[in-house]
Design a protein around this ligand. Structure first.
Ligand code: PLP
Length: 388
């Protein structure tokens, strides 16, 4: 089987420089074998609690609750914020569909908010404008705002938080792609993405910076919300009472086997982040003179460049992708915005042209943490050859 990582729907690939592959080394093997040998393979076990504890420490929160996927974490976050049938949730338009599907699971309505060009994340000015307009017109405000940190770049949480608290709308974060991303200046200096609002969600899918094969995490500083997250992810079972379940819950717990893998990954996360930063710096320098737009680096942020992506200046994305494919290089287009996806085509949309443009021009380049200098040089040469 190919070790490459595919998004659902991607065809298999035989690229000689893959887009992004996970690192599975000695530590992973040792911990997974330890979990197997212990007999605790399912969702109770020492690796789950250890992974949760170490993850909470790493991002700087009181509680982390492991789940079976990032999508599950977002679904539970919506339940924690009381989002139910007929409610409305504002969400980034330019993101992976896993951000928005859980809103639909809850029977709630998605309102899609376009990206800002400076971070490629939810544009706070569209949010402010819409909240002001609704307030003036006497229309209700949404039940929640979901801010996504795409591609490892922090969203403008200072502005988003200010607007939402001014209007009394709860915010939560989809930090599935931004584990390790932080702010370096201002009121959020030192804080990790996913820890700024009441609830944050992370993913450990195979293509994320740290993987458990499949998994996710809910983080919060609120003791009651953490307790409730644990309850909802374990079928809402009342402990120590024979099969008593006080509401509809989910089978969303992470397994001990997966947590063993996750713990090994977490111990190497700083190295993974350093590798991503090194790769991004090298690409940035190599492409500075080309007719492309480099990935965002907003002042005061420490993005991770989880998936290094640039924009072709006008057209030419497909030609560039074809050219790289022919050279055996695993490049990929960015996401089609959610307002163009069949499940959300009828959702309300604020703005929309920035996401369309990012999709039309964006290309992600190989950036596995194990990418060798030689392979990166091959990618750089192939990109240069295209523009020559
Ligand atoms: C990966 C991802 C998710 C979903 O996480 P899974 O673990 O794959 O369920 C949600 N939102 C974003 C932005 C993602 O990239």
């Amino acid at each position: 089987m190919s070790p490459e990582v595919h998004q659902p729907g991607d065809p298999g690939s035989s690229d000689s420089v893959p887009l992004s592959v996970p690192v599975v080394g000695e530590a992973e093997r040792r911990y997974v074998l330890e979990a197997l040998d212990s007999g605790f393979v399912s969702s109770v076990g020492p690796f789950v609690s250890e992974f949760e504890r170490r993850f909470a420490d790493y991002v700087g929160v009181r509680h982390a609750v492991a789940c079976s996927s990032g999508t599950a974490a977002i679904h539970v976050a919506l339940r924690l914020l009381g989002v139910g049938h007929g409610a409305e949730v504002f969400c980034s338009d330019f993101t992976f569909i896993g951000s928005a599907n859980p809103i639909a699971y809850q029977g709630a309505d998605v309102v899609l908010v376009d990206a800002e060009p400076s971070t490629w994340n939810l544009d706070p000015s569209l949010l402010a404008h819409e909240f002001e307009r609704r307030t003036a017109a006497g229309e209700p405000l949404p039940a929640a705002v979901e801010a996504v940190h795409v591609l490892g770049h922090p969203a403008d949480m200072v502005a988003i938080t200010e607007i939402c608290s001014r209007f009394g709308v709860p915010v939560f974060e989809d930090a599935a792609e931004s584990l390790g991303a932080r702010w370096s200046e201002g009121s959020l200096a030192g804080r990790h993405t996913g820890t700024v609002s009441t609830v944050g969600c992370f993913s450990f899918n195979g293509n994320k910076i740290a993987t458990t094969g499949g998994g996710g995490m809910i983080v919060t500083d609120d003791d009651d919300l953490a307790q409730r997250a644990r309850h909802l992810t374990t079928q809402a079972k009342i402990p120590d009472v024979g099969y008593l379940h006080d509401e509809v819950g989910y089978n969303y717990r992470l397994t001990n086997l997966a947590a063993a893998l996750g713990l090994a990954q977490l111990e190497q996360l700083d190295e993974f982040l350093a590798a991503k930063a090194r790769i991004a710096k090298r690409y940035d320098a190599a492409f500075a003179d080309l007719p492309v737009i480099l990935p965002p680096r907003a002042p005061g942020t420490l993005p991770t460049f989880w998936l290094y992506s640039l924009l072709t200046e006008s057209q030419g994305r497909d030609e560039l992708l074809d050219h790289l494919k022919a050279a055996g290089i695993g490049a990929r287009a960015l996401w089609r915005p959610l307002h163009q996806q069949p499940p959300f085509i009828h959702s309300r949309l604020l703005g929309g042209s920035v996401g369309v443009d990012l999709f039309a021009r964006g290309v992600s380049l190989p950036c596995s943490v194990t990418l060798t200098d030689r392979d990166q040089e091959r990618v750089i040469e192939a990109v240069h050859a295209f523009f020559d």
